[in-house]
Design a protein around this ligand. Structure first.
Ligand SMILES: C[S@@+](CC[C@H](N)C(=O)[O-])C[C@H]1O[C@@H](n2cnc3c(N)ncnc32)[C@H](O)[C@@H]1O
Length: 198
């Protein structure tokens, strides 16, 4: 029942075309990451993928990508666009927090899904990342560092992220990325590796 209402809220936004989070392009921080590194290609899950711009950016670099979103309208739009571009990105409608993954992925890429869910669901979110990721796999996050408690988006800060993730992940790198104009200096990218024993 609760999951159903979450679906409806997001679906209604997509149907009404009230999607202010969508910038019509992939996260600049992700574009720079993919453009500046020699990262071995593999499988990537993009939870809360929306229209799929980030998922398509990974696919264009040769990764096998699955975007997951709870809103059917977003998944339909993302699938149609990816098919028309022929980049191989795939999309599925589902609840990232609850569903079992079809495989365990080499990468999970986070961009405005963590801030979209209720803060009370953050423990579930971390459990989900652990479930969807291979042991030793990487979790790359563009975190939205804002103070807001009245969301979505719900704010977070570096210390909360470190406290929540450190027991199951090793922090490999962190940096302030290039951002969309209205998010400049409000994002923090963290590259984590799932601990082998987690
Ligand atoms: C703020 S939007 C961000 C979309 C996209 N990442 C972007 O940056 O444009 C949050 C997205 O998360 C999706 N979402 C919310 N809860 C979810 C869940 N439990 N599982 C999968 N997707 C979810 C929503 O439908 C929405 O598309």
């Amino acid at each position: 029942m609760q999951a159903m209402s979450v679906v409806n809220v997001w679906q209604d936004h997509y149907l009404a075309k009230t999607t202010p989070w969508d910038k019509g392009e992939a996260s600049p921080g992700l574009i720079d990451f993919l453009g500046s590194r020699r990262v071995e290609t593999g499988s990537v899950c993009v939870p809360g993928c929306g229209f799929g711009h980030d998922a398509r950016a990974w696919a264009e670099k040769g990764f096998r990508v699955l975007g997951v979103d709870i809103a059917p309208a977003a998944v339909e739009w993302a699938s149609t666009r990816a098919r028309s571009e022929g980049n191989g990105a795939e999309f599925v409608c589902g609840d990232f927090l609850e569903d079992e993954p079809p495989i365990q992925f080499d990468w999970v890429f986070e961009h405005t899904c963590f801030c979209a869910i209720q803060p009370a669901q953050r423990t579930d979110y971390i459990r989900a990342v652990l479930r969807w990721l291979k042991p030793g796999g990487h979790y790359l996050a563009v975190n939205y560092i804002i103070p807001d408690v009245d969301g979505p988006p719900f704010g977070t800060c570096r210390s909360e992220l470190l406290e929540r993730f450190s027991s199951s992940f090793l922090l490999r790198e962190e940096w302030v990325p290039r951002s969309y104009v209205n998010r400049s200096n409000l994002e923090l990218m963290l590259l984590w590796q799932k601990r082998w024993e987690s």
